[in-house]
Design a protein around this ligand. Structure first.
Ligand code: PRP
Length: 215
């Protein structure tokens, strides 16, 4: 009997690096996943489909069983409770850093409560709690770099890869918070119920990751 398996992925910069890892497990989309407007794409393995969702929704799809497996950034996972999810493989792709950034010379030790713009409120609250600092967190959904430019926030917590968005907006890294990469995540119930299929996939993906980074 064909076992159904669904894998939640995100369109965008990580997809091109993720598809070869799935191809190593024999899973190839039957149409161009980067271009289609379809949200569910069938693959070369009957019963196995790719779901194309927003990066920040991947943990929810996997937690609630909408998908058996997902690929998303550690930044997204740090904002999620992790309930119902295993995180067995660091795929080594999508590497970037979560940083504190602001205008050069910004006074981080001033008397008043700093305003921090971010789409990562939990990680940000944890970071400043560890420093013993009380801050006001402004939750944004993107383009965080604009907040210090227009004076709405003193600093931001965001991911940076090449640094070009920070540079283009006159901001600098003030502190490195954590290294980020993409992770393969698995629904805990699926791991039990579809053990054989998921283990075969994980083992092929792990070998492909090892091969990719040992070349
Ligand atoms: C991310 C991040 C930065 C940018 C950093 O945004 O929020 O803005 O990439 O990359 P860089 O260091 O290579 O310039 P993304 O493009 O994912 O869009 P978003 O603003 O919607 O999050």
């Amino acid at each position: 009997m064909t076992e159904h398996l669904s894998i939640a992925l995100t369109k965008g910069r990580i997809l091109a690096d993720t598809l070869p890892l799935l191809a190593a497990a024999g899973i190839e989309p039957l149409e161009d996943a980067t271009a289609t407007r379809k949200l569910k794409v069938e693959t070369s393995v009957p019963g196995t489909s790719l779901l194309l969702v927003r990066a920040s929704d991947v943990p929810a799809y996997v937690q609630y069983g909408g998908a058996d497996i997902g690929v998303t950034g550690k930044d997204v996972l740090l904002e999620h409770s992790g309930r119902g999810i295993y995180e067995p493989i660091d795929l080594g792709i999508g590497r970037c850093k979560l940083v504190l950034a602001g205008k050069p010379g910004v006074d981080l030790n001033g008397q008043c409560r700093m305003r921090v713009a971010t789409k990562y409120p939990l990680v940000t609250a944890d970071y400043f709690a560890r420093l013993g600092r009380q801050v006001e967190i402004i939750k944004l959904y993107g383009s965080m770099e604009l907040a210090p430019v227009v004076g709405m926030a003193d600093v931001i917590v965001d991911i940076t890869e090449t640094g070009s968005t920070l540079r283009a907006n006159g901001l600098v890294v003030l502190d490195d918070i954590v290294d980020i990469s993409s992770r393969l995540i698995v629904n805990k119930a699926s791991m039990k119920m579809k053990h054989k299929t998921i283990h075969a996939l994980m083992s092929a993906v792990k070998s492909a990751v090892t091969e990719k980074f040992n070349d």
